[in-house]
Design a protein around this ligand. Structure first.
Ligand code: NAD
Length: 337
């Protein structure tokens, strides 16, 4: 169960919780990806028009086809590579910069693309926010903490990253993105925010993206052995996507610059996650231990005190419930295939 938090419990709105503003028209880079598509969906549900910019490098139009159908005038999908240029006609009051390969399999296969979208892509997205006078939010990551020597990780921990290790392309791109975002705030007065996202799961993850939960669910549904790296005693803290989206939009609406950790502090061993997935799928798959990837972090748990205090946010979806929804979605994919 949760180690320092109780998913499902409601956050007490404390005296420091910041007032919220709404947005009329948002640009979401990487909007056809896993997180981006859920963000587009929630923004539209709240009455915000959305322009989604995506190259379909690791996401795809299938993730947002239902939005184009449901919101024919409020939603626009534009296929473009934001490392070339970013141009959006008309007013924009929010830019959510989510474009980037995000799973280890993706960024290990796409190292230069990952560095380019984190650097040049971030520069272009910041330029758009500056031109429009819009609020800007950078999707950063818990990976900026690297293999952490402080546990759990608070926002003022500077991290333990190997810049020349295989994961350096992602971790350093995000660290650079944070520095660039901060420079646009201090030099150009752009209203910026940085969210450090911890591992998130839910519908629309790709079965072969190499992240633990989709891999385990795919293997368990197929009745194959579930492959756990190392001895499986390394920990992860996983957040259901609906909770993450609520936290990100609360940070966007708050005017706070961050960085703010958004994630679920409910820490589990990878082995426990695998066993729960097998149980949730009703599979008889055995657990098989495989070699541990280089620089795989040993522990990972967000300190979410700041998000609770400033945003009145904490995760609400219990692991069992989020896992059941995720399994149901992956089972539907298999049936459709
Ligand atoms: P994803 O791969 O599903 O989505 C990323 C999207 O960005 C894809 O649709 C891809 O096509 C698009 N993209 C990549 N390069 C592009 C470019 N040059 N121009 C335009 N579009 C481009 O990944 P995700 O899990 O949804 O992650 C989204 C963001 O959140 C990423 O920035 C990632 O670093 C961050 N993040 C995610 C997690 C997580 O657990 N999912 C954790 C930490 C941070």
């Amino acid at each position: 169960m949760a180690l320092n938090d109780t998913p499902g419990a409601s956050a007490e709105p404390g005296p420091d919780v910041l007032p919220q503003r709404g947005f009329r028209r948002a640009v979401v880079t990487g909007g056809a990806g896993f997180l981006g598509s859920h963000l587009c969906e929630e923004l539209l549900a709240r009455g915000t028009e959305v322009v989604c910019l995506d190259s379909f490098l690791t996401g795809g139009p299938g993730n947002v086809a239902h939005l184009a159908e449901r919101y024919p005038t409020q939603f626009r999908m534009v296929r473009c590579d934001i490392t070339d240029f970013v141009h959006v006609p008309g007013e924009v009051d929010l830019v959510l910069h989510f474009a980037s390969p995000a799973s280890p399999i993706d960024y290990l296969q796409l190292p230069i693309e990952t560095l380019k979208v984190g650097s040049i892509g971030t520069l272009h997205a910041l330029g758009l926010a500056k031109e429009k006078g819009a609020r800007f939010l950078l999707a950063s990551t818990s990976e900026v903490y690297g293999d952490p020597q402080v546990h759990p990780q608070p926002e003022d921990y500077w991290g333990h990253v190997n810049p020349v290790g295989p994961r350096g392309v992602y971790d350093e791109a995000k660290r650079y993105g944070e520095a660039m975002t901060t420079a646009y705030r201090t030099t150009h007065d752009v209203d910026t925010a940085i969210v450090r996202i911890f591992n998130t799961y839910g519908p629309r993850m790709r079965p072969h993206d190499g992240r633990a939960i989709p891999t385990f669910v795919r293997q368990a549904l197929a009745g194959e052995p579930v492959t756990v790296a190392g001895d499986g005693l390394q920990t992860r803290s996983v957040c259901y996507v609906d909770d993450l989206v609520a936290g990100i939009l609360a940070l966007a609406g708050s005017g706070h610059p961050g960085p703010v950790n958004i994630g679920n502090p409910h820490e589990m061993t990878v082995r426990q996650i695998a066993e729960d997935v097998v149980a949730a799928t009703g599979s008889r798959s055995p657990v098989r231990f495989v070699e541990r990837p280089v620089d795989d972090p040993q522990v990972r748990r967000p300190d979410t005190a700041l998000a609770r205090r400033l945003l009145g946010w904490q995760p609400r979806v219990p692991w069992e419930q989020g896992l059941a929804s995720t399994v149901e979605w992956f089972a539907g994919l298999r049936q459709a295939a």
